[in-house]
Structures are given as C-alpha cells and as structure tokens.
Ligand binder design. Structure first.
Ligand code: T4K
Length: 367
C-alpha cells in the first residue's frame, strides 16, 4: 500500500502538554501581546542560544527584514541575490529602494563577491546577501567590499538558525541578520522572525518600528508598522528551543543517509560541506545535470510525485524572472543562478522523516 503524501518538510512541534503548560501563565495574566513577559524571556533565551549580543523579535521573518532595511535609512540601490525566496527582494523594493541582482557562486549558491564590485554605483547603499539553505556566504569578502565602499550589510539568515562559523553565531556578521521562525523552518514559532545585531543602539528603534513608530503615549516618531510577536508565538519558541538541538541531530541522520545513497553519482551534485561551519541541515538541495545524469530535475520531480513524494524547486523561478520584476530585469544577467534554479530540487527533509522513505526516494532517483 502507498504511504501518505511525503512533503518537502513537516513542522517540528513540542508535546501538546508541554505547550499547554507554557501558555498557562498567558491565560492567567490575560497579557497576550505587545512585548509581554514570555516575549522578553524568549528574546533573552535566543541571545544565548544564537550567541549574539542583541535579538529583537517580530511576527515573521519578512517584516523583520523590512524593518531592518527601514531602520538603517537606506536609499538608492541595494545589491542582492535573485536566488532566494520572494521576501528578500520584496523587502527591498517595498522600502522604495532599487534591488540590483548579483549572480551567485556555483559552489555555495550564495552571492558571488567577485561580481559585487562591478555593480556598485554612487547610489548603492547596502548589500543583502542570503545564507541560502543555511550555506554560509563568503562573509569575509563581503565585509571587505562593504568597508571599502561604505555599504551596510544585512544578511538574510532565514535559513541559518543555529549555524556557527568557527564557533561564532552566524547572527554576528554584517550590520544586521534576519532569521525566520516560520513553521517550515528548522526552528519555528508558528510564524515569527528575529533580527540580531551588534549595535545595541538599534534595539529601541526596532521596538518602535514594529509598534507603529510609537515612542510614548503622546509621541509617534516614525511611520512604523505592526510587526509584533505575540505571547503564544513566543511560548512556542521557548518550547521548541528546548528540543532544537535534538531535532537538528535527527535531521543530520536523514542528510547522512541521503549522502550515502547519492554521493558520487555522475550528474548529481549535493550541497557543499563548508569547513569550520556548524550546519543546521535546513534543506537538502540536489542539482541534476541532465546531460550527465540522463534525466532533468523536472523528470525526477515527476517520478517522485507518482510515488506520492513531493519535492520543491526552491528557488525556481529566480526572483528576476517573477512577473512583478521581469519587465525591469533580465535573468540572463545572472547566468549561474539561472542554471541552478533550472536544475535544483530540495528533497524532503525533517526531523521525523523515516529513513525508509529516504531509501525509497533515493531508489527512485537511482532507477
Ligand atoms: N528569506 C528567505 C530566504 C526565506 O526562505 C523566507 C521564507 C523569508 C525570507 C521570509 O520569512 P517568513 O516571513 O516566511 O518568516 C515556505 C515558507 O512559507 C517560507 O517561510 C519560506 N521562506 C519558504 C522557503 O518556504 P512555501 O510557499 O513553499 O510554503 P508551503 O505552504 O508550500 O509549505 C511548504 C511545506 O511545508 C508544505 O509542503 C508542508 C510543510 N508545512 C507547511 C506549513 C505551512 C508544514 O509542515 N506545516 C505548515 O504549517 O513557503
């Protein structure tokens, strides 16, 4: 008999009893949102887990990024990658800025620093790279370029929760990093997001911008929005944080099994292992080179779908090919990203994915 549909991921959840215990004080106090005690407690726990000096919480990752850009008072042009989720570019464009797409490196799928400088103009004010799939960007090269040209750097670290570089939390690089705690992420608060940053002076500004720009009962200094994380989200975060290391360990086992099966098959390229990086096993992207492997990514996806296994083509199409951007941009300007977007699938990956399913997926691919 066929198994139930296997999707690309499945949210991690604590035991119901654990969550109920965590939300009891919220029912007692009737304090549901607006940076209450659970929110404050969770923020502190995250600073310690992520090994960063400052965390600000938000209702989702996208509005975190939107507010990060707004807070730095950027203008003009922002260099970014087209190989990402819609959020990265939308957050730039929605701030009234012009996204400028830079191609990616073929090994990590992150922004290629060698291609950044030729895109810098007198209007450029920032770089927004993405640690896509949890792969770490070339942070040293990006920092050098940013310093030389006086640019801000905001990392989209939506995929990089818990990732460390030589023991340092990934959220310590650049001016600001954004994490997503969406249901589909390694660590979730149902919906949710956070900014991490070294400049403690940003804390009050983030607080105000996520709360309509209100600075006191009689003063509104900024055109802010409503991007507050509520107490129930924070309680979910506190529960999930207790288990996240175990969850990542389980993901690692799934990834290792995939690698055992798929490593060294001509025409198949797996995600790189980066030296000095503690990974979080967020995604398992696989590149299929049809010329060598014999089947395209789409054919592989179709074969798997016949067996009730549904992969995702993260990130196809490229953002510069979206209907809302393609009249202004050409994806031909980012050929590496275009090729990878056409050849990549992300295979199912979550903590409780049975190894038997991993075996089945790999048998179908090998067949
Ligand atoms: N930057 C980057 C690089 C990002 O990848 C994202 C989000 C952001 C910024 C913005 O962060 P947030 O504002 O979202 O916090 C999903 C997620 O919705 C999105 O958060 C994520 N990136 C993106 C890569 O993936 P979809 O449209 O593919 O989601 P959906 O609903 O098709 O779900 C995918 C699979 O996840 C389902 O097949 C099953 C599983 N799932 C889904 C949901 C909603 C669950 O197991 N539980 C659930 O509750 O975008």
């Amino acid at each position: 008999m066929q198994h139930k549909p296997v999707l690309v991921t499945r949210s991690s959840l604590p035991d119901l009893e654990e969550y109920v215990e965590e939300i009891k004080p919220i029912f007692d106090s009737a304090w549901l949102t607006n940076m209450g005690p659970v929110h404050q407690n969770f923020e502190q726990q995250l600073e310690s887990y992520l090994k960063v000096p400052n965390v600000s919480l938000f209702c989702n990752g996208h509005l975190s990024l939107f507010i990060a850009i707004k807070a730095l008072r950027l203008s003009g042009e922002v260099i970014t990658t087209p190989f990402s989720f819609a959020s990265t570019t939308h957050a730039i464009a929605d701030n009234g800025l012009r996204p400028v797409f830079c191609d990616i490196a073929p090994d990590t799928y992150t922004l290629d620093p060698q291609k950044i400088e030729s895109l810098i103009t007198r209007h450029t004010t920032a770089i927004i790279p993405v640690h896509v799939y949890g792969n770490v960007c070339n942070i040293e090269a990006i920092e050098t370029i940013a310093k030389k040209h006086h640019l801000k750097v905001i990392y989209d670290a939506a995929h990089a929760f818990g990732v460390e570089v030589n023991g340092e939390g990934i959220g310590n690089f650049g001016d600001i990093s954004m994490f997503s705690f969406h249901a589909t992420k390694v660590f979730n608060t149902i919906e949710g997001g956070a900014l991490t940053y070294r400049d403690a002076g940003l804390k009050d500004l983030f607080y105000n911008l996520k709360n309509f720009g209100i600075t006191s009962p009689i003063n509104v200094e900024d055109i802010g929005t409503n991007a507050k994380m509520n107490e129930f989200q924070a309680a979910m975060g506190i529960c999930n944080l207790r288990h996240v290391d175990k969850e990542i360990e389980k993901r690692k086992k799934v990834v290792e099994r995939y690698r055992e099966h798929l490593e060294n098959i001509p025409g198949i390229k797996l995600n790189p292992k980066q030296q000095g990086v503690k990974t979080n096993h967020a995604y398992f992207p696989v590149i299929f080179d049809k010329e060598v492997f014999g089947k395209s990514r789409d054919q592989v996806a179709d074969e798997l779908a016949k067996e009730n296994i549904f992969v995702r083509k993260y990130f196809y199409p490229l953002i510069n090919d979206y209907e809302c951007y393609r009249s202004i941009y050409s994806s031909k300007a980012t050929p590496i990203a275009k090729k990878i977007a056409a050849e990549v699938v992300t295979l199912p990956l979550y903590a409780d994915l049975p190894i038997t399913i991993v075996d089945e997926i790999c048998q179908i691919i090998k067949k």
